[in-house]
Design a protein around this ligand. Structure first.
Ligand SMILES: Cc1cc2nc3c(=O)[nH]c(=O)nc-3n(C[C@H](O)[C@H](O)[C@H](O)COP(=O)(O)O)c2cc1C
Length: 183
């Protein structure tokens, strides 16, 4: 084995799909790209952990309003997703620049994104690790999926500007004997 620099560890811990985070702050909607996120709790009260750094305009928006929408894009939006993650809402109106369509959410003020497959309305649930790790725990309070969308392949960051697109599905359901709730 060759030694792997610790800084590369992340590249091999496959994160979930790259997502977009919409906020509404001081009457302005904004959106950022995020790949550092994880499941903290599943079931009927889903909790999502995510790292949003103070270098992002979205950090202040989330801290002050306590609300966001996590929107899950598919591969057709990949290049826009990367561009959204390389500019700041401090400087531009990203909804206008990237031609995104904001839709009214039901339980939170930030908007859903019409161009995304899934939209999760979230409220900040626990900030105890924000000072130390910029780690917010969000409670999903309402979730939406676009039933008409044909393209459903999400994108996953390799940590180096390249992405893996969802592909082949392995069906191993007959082996999930301990986890019937997950079928
Ligand atoms: C693929 C990708 C993944 C990213 N993941 C994160 C992340 O998990 N957390 C974070 O704070 N920033 C992440 N970023 C960087 C933010 O999206 C970027 O700083 C953005 O400009 C913030 O926008 P804002 O200033 O409008 O909030 C990512 C960027 C890209 C391109």
């Amino acid at each position: 084995m060759d030694e792997l620099p610790l800084s590369r560890t992340y590249r091999f811990i496959e994160p979930g799909p790259v997502v977009l985070v919409a906020t509404l702050h001081k009457e302005r909607i904004n959106i950022m790209t995020m790949s550092y996120h994880m499941v903290v709790q599943d079931g009927n009260q889903p909790l999502i952990g995510c790292i949003i750094g103070p270098w992002d305009h979205s950090f202040e928006a989330l801290q002050e309003t306590g609300e966001c929408v996590i929107a899950i894009p598919t591969v057709d939006l990949a290049s826009t997703v990367v561009e959204i993650g390389n500019c700041s809402g401090d400087e531009i109106d990203k909804f206008k620049t990237f031609g995104l369509t904001a839709m009214r959410a039901r339980k939170v003020k930030p908007p859903l994104l019409a161009e995304c497959l899934v939209n999760l309305e979230c409220r900040v649930f626990d900030t105890s690790l924000v000072d130390k790790y910029n780690f917010f725990i969000l409670a999903v309070v309402k979730a939406w999926i676009d039933p008409d969308r044909k393209e459903r392949r999400t994108i996953h960051h390799n940590g180096d500007g390249t992405f893996v697109v969802d592909g082949e599905i392995l069906n191993l359901r007959e082996k999930m004997i301990k986890w019937p709730d997950y079928l």
